[in-house]
Design a protein around this ligand. Structure first.
Ligand SMILES: Cc1ncc(COP(=O)(O)O)c(C=O)c1O
Length: 466
């Protein structure tokens, strides 16, 4: 009645379990029918009793069969009109991991970091120390707002280096910017419906706002950041901005505009979300202090991330909430646990406490400044008068505006891909159509200085009008 295949990778008991289950579900083995004894079936199938016993145990545990003392196992009463969905499925094909994306020789994506930059040795030491010292804590859920030690370290760091004013109880550890924005969006959607975003601007937050049913209001960006006149005239009551390094244009919002934006928030009961994603990476002059530090008790939600300096794969970021939102935040999320692994949080705490973080920031600033300079030199050398660079001096990318409108972005990206160059379309950062002049968003984090030079040289050839 049953056939066991010794060459099959599936264990014998599982094969038997599945065959009996199929018989039970199809009605071939009717309700209350007695199953053969373990010994008899084992002998019939020339297999061990253990195999039959395991199959019966599993069927029994799942309710396909029941047992009667000293009589053996019997088929349970089932409604044959209801068949488990899994039985209707085709057998699963062997799963293959997703194919890696085609290898690019030159990758100008702005989110790439230096592939050799992750401080694996120090991270490993901190990780192992945490396992040794804190293993008892790993049997419990951590603090919903995030590990207190990490929040304290972040608070000190932000105060020292970003001029952010706040206490650790205002900090929430998040799993990346979108996670933080999602928490905030839930919190604000009761009393707000329209969020103003920079145009051009970071495209990924828009999905979060959209999924939370916000109206998205694109507001143009100039040298001074988001256009405040447009914002004031609009019905937007939340503004998501990148004032210290506008993405993608790299503009720094001057203090007069910052005060003006704060006034917009204060006078209208509006909220500013300040995304301070890469301000550690400023190569000339002093770092630009945060907007939040200008009005610590204002309606400003400050967001930062470890993705730019340390690793985007860790999914570790944070936000500083204004005191005015703390009670409602805790109220809304009182039944939520933290979404960030406590082990990673503890490791990050140690990494900061032991001074690795500050040293790493310093090292990365030097590493990326070299790449940044290599990018500017290469553009100067290979494009000369054909291009103007915008937004240099900070971060991990620059914008290169071409003198000629042709070939346009789509054609350049097509040619680039043919030449194994990866380009992220700057048009994706526009909510409206991008200007007719051609601009390229050029990240330099992921390539060596030599690769940057070669990549720009290749790019200069393919951007010629043919
Ligand atoms: C403007 C901006 N904000 C934030 C981030 C970081 O996001 P996350 O913390 O989700 O990695 C990025 C990453 O590219 C970014 O470009």
């Amino acid at each position: 009645m049953f056939i066991l295949d010794h060459n099959d990778q599936e264990p014998l008991y599982k094969q038997l379990y599945k065959q009996i289950r199929a018989h039970v579900l199809s009605g071939k083995m009717p309700a209350h029918a007695k199953l053969p004894s373990v010994r008899d079936l084992a002998a019939e199938l020339s297999t061990s009793r253990n195999t039959v016993d395991c199959a019966y145990q599993e069927l029994y545990a799942e309710g396909y069969i029941y047992s009667k003392q000293r009589s053996g196992y019997f088929v349970s009463v089932l409604d044959h009109n209801i068949t488990p969905l899994s039985l209707n499925h085709e057998p699963r094909k062997q799963r293959r991991p997703p194919q890696p994306s085609p290898g690019f020789a030159y990758d100008f994506h702005p989110a790439r970091l230096d592939p050799a930059s992750f401080p694996a040795a120090q991270w490993r030491t901190c990780f192992l120390e945490c396992l040794r010292e804190s293993s008892r804590e790993f049997s419990q859920y951590g603090d919903p707002q995030g590990d207190w030690g990490l929040r304290s370290n972040i608070q000190q760091y932000l105060e020292r280096s970003r001029g952010v004013v706040g206490e650790p109880d205002q900090i929430v550890i998040c799993a990346g910017l979108q996670h933080g924005l999602d928490l905030v969006a839930h919190l604000l959607k009761e009393s707000h419906s329209t969020v103003a975003v920079e145009n051009p601007g970071y495209h990924l937050p828009r999905a979060v706002f959209r999924n939370n049913r916000f109206n998205i209001l694109p507001v143009s960006v100039g040298l001074g950041g988001i256009d405040l006149e447009t914002l004031r005239a609009s019905n937007g009551t939340i503004a998501y901005v990148t004032p210290s390094h506008q993405l993608p244009m790299g503009y720094v919002m001057p203090v007069a505009n910052r005060l003006n934006l704060i006034d917009w928030a204060e006078s209208g009961g509006n909220v500013i979300i300040e995304d301070d994603y890469d301000s550690e990476l400023r190569y000339h002059g002093k770092p630009i202090p945060s907007l939040q530090g200008l009005r610590p008790d204002g309606n400003i939600i400050y967001m930062g991330t470890f993705s730019k300096i340390l690793s985007p794969a860790l999914r570790l970021s944070y936000m500083v909430l204004p005191r005015s939102l703390l009670a409602s935040f805790r109220d809304l999320y009182q039944d939520y646990f933290s979404s960030v692994s406590l082990l990673e949080q503890k490791t990050m705490t140690k990494f900061m406490e032991q001074g690795h973080w500050v040293r790493h920031v310093r090292r990365m600033r030097i590493t990326y400044q070299k790449k940044h300079d290599a990018m500017l030199n290469a553009i100067e050398q290979y494009f000369g008068d054909r291009a103007t660079v915008v937004g240099q001096g900070a971060g991990l990318h620059v914008v290169m505006q071409l003198q000629d409108e042709n070939p346009g972005e789509t054609e350049i990206i097509r040619r680039a891909a043919q030449n194994r160059i990866n380009l992220f379309p700057i048009s994706a950062t526009y909510t409206t159509s991008a200007p007719s002049t051609t601009s390229l968003l050029l990240g330099f984090g992921g390539m060596s200085a030599a690769e940057i030079g070669q990549g720009i040289e290749r790019l200069s050839r393919i951007t010629l009008i043919i």
